[in-house]
Design a protein around this ligand. Sequence first.
Ligand code: ATP
Ligand code: SF4
Ligand code: MG
Length: 327
Amino acid sequence: ARPLLEIRDLNLDFGTPRGCIHALRNVSLDVPAAQVIGIVGESGSGKSTLAYTVMGLLPENADVTAGSILFEGKDLLKMPAQARRSLRGDRLSMIFQDPMTALNPVRTIEGQMIDIQHHEQGTRGEKRARAIDMLRRVGISDPRNRIGAYPHHFSGGMRQRICIAMALLVKPVLLIADEPTTALDATLEVQIIHLLKDLQREIGCSVLFVSHHLGAVAELCDRVAVMYAGEVVEQGAVRDIFHNPGHPYTRALLECDPGRIRKSTRTLPTIPGEVPSLLGSKKGCIFHTRCPQAFNRCLQENPVEYRIGVDQVARCHLHDEERLVSA
Ligand code: ATP
Ligand code: SF4
Ligand code: MG
């Protein structure tokens, strides 16, 4: 079957007074139906930019210079603004790092949860009942009484649960979660991850899960894409990437004690060297300034994606060299 979301050769620039920032470079990524795809990478690698591009929530200075994003076979980038708006909060929904991005501080949870169902059938009373049920499912106790409260009556963790309830109330086919647990402590994070997994299975939606917690990704995701400086440098099944990483950057991320990654909620380790500036055009592999295995070709030529397993690709010349040696 055709993937739900197909991102092809996406390139995006931000215009800034200092020049053009190439925030996404030739990004290609599939999100199959009912699967959870993790996006990992250091700060500034373009994870949120990718998420916002799919949602159609880019700032004014963003310019998609090439590529397509097919959602259910239709190119989101060619859709009129009105059509994109009506997809949001219906077939597409999003959970943000800060729950207050999605919540209105001066309205009750009830009003907001009823409004978000404007695409759904049913009376106000039925929508209220659905909202109460969803609040109960995400672990808000006594939802019948508390639904009338305002966001500030809830703790940060509770607000994030409310946002998850709101995002899932519309029964999206694709949920985008941009670091939804970063603001929470480790115990709450584990609870939220389990909650997301349960609800995803039940609703059968796909999830694009942006995170710098490798443990959370291992726990929740079927597939993972590793981003570096605006490129997806490696992608594949979670098991393959974590056990047999094919890109030196992925290996660097996993190097410190891979055994712990599955269970811990450890954040991305810091790897030596500096992230390249995204200003101006680049020659060669984007990772060559930090790569312990860089060789001549890496400074000249940007690697293409090499297939290195049944379901795993990596952008690194080493895989081409291997092929040449074994041929
Ligand atoms: P983090 O883990 O910190 O959330 P990220 O991977 O989500 O990072 P992005 O926020 O997508 O990274 O940023 C990618 C690059 O684009 C960064 O260099 C960032 O500074 C730049 N950028 C993001 N938004 C804008 C903007 N509105 N104008 C100019 N540059 C931007
Ligand atoms: Fe390192 Fe070269 Fe591979 Fe880039 S192409 S990751 S510099 S070995
Ligand atoms: Mg981000």
